[in-house]
Design a protein around this ligand. Structure first.
Ligand SMILES: NC(=O)C1=CN([C@@H]2O[C@H](COP(=O)(O)OP(=O)(O)OC[C@H]3O[C@@H](n4cnc5c(N)ncnc54)[C@H](OP(=O)(O)O)[C@@H]3O)[C@@H](O)[C@H]2O)C=CC1
Ligand SMILES: CC(=O)N[C@@H](CCC(=O)OP(=O)(O)O)C(=O)O
Length: 310
């Protein structure tokens, strides 16, 4: 049995995302995680040696270090392992596959066949899941002016932000990205199939993990003036049968909190709307460390290694 185990090296295992992936992989009997000696974790030679001995490497590193790791893997030629990159470095690179299995029908098979998969950003996971099916269905023109608002738990900012919040030195809530150049915009625009760059307004609050991503829409500005129910139906049709994405009715009290899916790989989509007013707000809820990071990474690893879905 043991000779059939697939081996994985997590480059950046001690970071927020790396630890999350390691914990999730501990529950996958078909894999063994090979760890580097902590004092060698930034040593390129030692990392390259680890890569040469595994089936798959997961990069949980800052962008520059992730690029360095890919260069090390390239030096291994035919011996190079498959790669899942959790950083932003390769998300819109044409020779990488975007690791969002639910992106379009049949996309899970593309991830399964790929050698290099870029794990999506947490915010784009929610935004693309809401927008892409509506663009594909013709309900949302690709040049429509779109605004995406979002709030994340502070773990989204990695070790440094976690320390600041847990030391009580960070504000309870703040908007950021107000220079309108957040690093997630390229992937959000590309995979939502938007011709016009969206406005993206992220925020972070004093809770560890959990996320809401919302998109307000004036329905009378859309072709055919769809009703909220039309948007719900298009999303429900796209994700029918999905294991991790569900399309749910709007909550009766018009409220939604961000933490309900923590420690899961689930993503919930809802359409809140008022037909009389011709207005709607699309809302995605996910765990930024789950479907927004480690959960999605393990979903991709399972696909790439031919393991059954969790
Ligand atoms: N936090 C989140 O919600 C998400 C993060 N990501 C992405 O995952 C990646 C990691 O983020 P996150 O886990 O939050 O970050 P952390 O800061 O929590 O962890 C980063 C890890 O990388 C290590 N590291 C840094 N430089 C090198 C190097 N040159 N060689 C080897 N190891 C190195 C760090 O070690 P040390 O601390 O000792 O320097 C640390 O263990 C980033 O690209 C981030 O954008 C993706 C999705 C969600
Ligand atoms: C609260 C917070 O700071 N969040 C991070 C995004 C976390 C994330 O998922 O981004 P990557 O996957 O691209 O690393 C940010 O806005 O930069």
């Amino acid at each position: 049995m043991s000779q059939n185990l697939k081996s994985i090296f997590i480059d950046g295992e001690a970071g927020t995302t790396g630890l999350g992936i390691r914990d999730r992989l501990a529950a996958v009997p078909e894999v063994v995680v090979k760890s580097i000696a902590p004092e060698k974790r930034k040593d390129p030679g030692a990392r390259k040696e680890m890569m040469a001995g595994v089936d798959l490497v997961v990069l949980c590193l800052p962008d520059d270090a992730a690029k360095e790791s890919v260069a090390l893997a390239d030096e291994l030629g035919a011996q190079a392992p498959k790669i899942v990159d959790a950083s932003t470095a390769h998300r819109v690179a044409p020779d990488w596959t975007y690791g969002f299995a639910e992106l379009e029908p049949g996309f899970a098979q593309k991830v399964a066949n790929a050698n290099r998969v870029s794990n999506p950003g947490c915010y784009p996971t929610g935004g693309i899941a809401l927008l892409r099916p509506l663009v594909d269905a013709g309900l949302l023109p690709s040049d429509h002016p779109i605004t995406v608002n979002a709030v994340s738990g502070y773990s989204g900012g990695g070790k440094a932000m976690i320390e600041a919040y847990e030391a009580g030195t960070a504000p309870d809530f703040e908007l950021y990205g107000l220079g309108l150049k957040h690093k997630h915009l390229p992937e959000l625009q590309l995979y939502s199939r938007l011709e016009r760059r969206p406005i993206f307004v992220p925020s972070v609050g004093n809770f560890r993990q959990g996320m809401l991503v919302s998109v307000p829409l004036h329905l009378e500005t859309l072709p055919g003036k769809p009703k909220p129910a039309d948007l719900h139906e298009a999303l429900a049709a796209r994700y029918a049968g999905s294991s991790f994405v569900s399309v749910l009715p709007a909550t009766g009290d018009g409220k939604l909190e961000p933490e309900a899916l923590n420690d899961t790989n689930k993503l919930e989509l809802r359409v809140f709307g008022n037909e009389d007013l011709g207005q709607a707000v699309l809302v995605a809820r996910l765990d930024n460390l789950g479907k927004g990071a480690s959960g999605a990474a393990v979903q991709n690893i399972r696909l790439m290694l031919g393991l059954p879905e969790a």
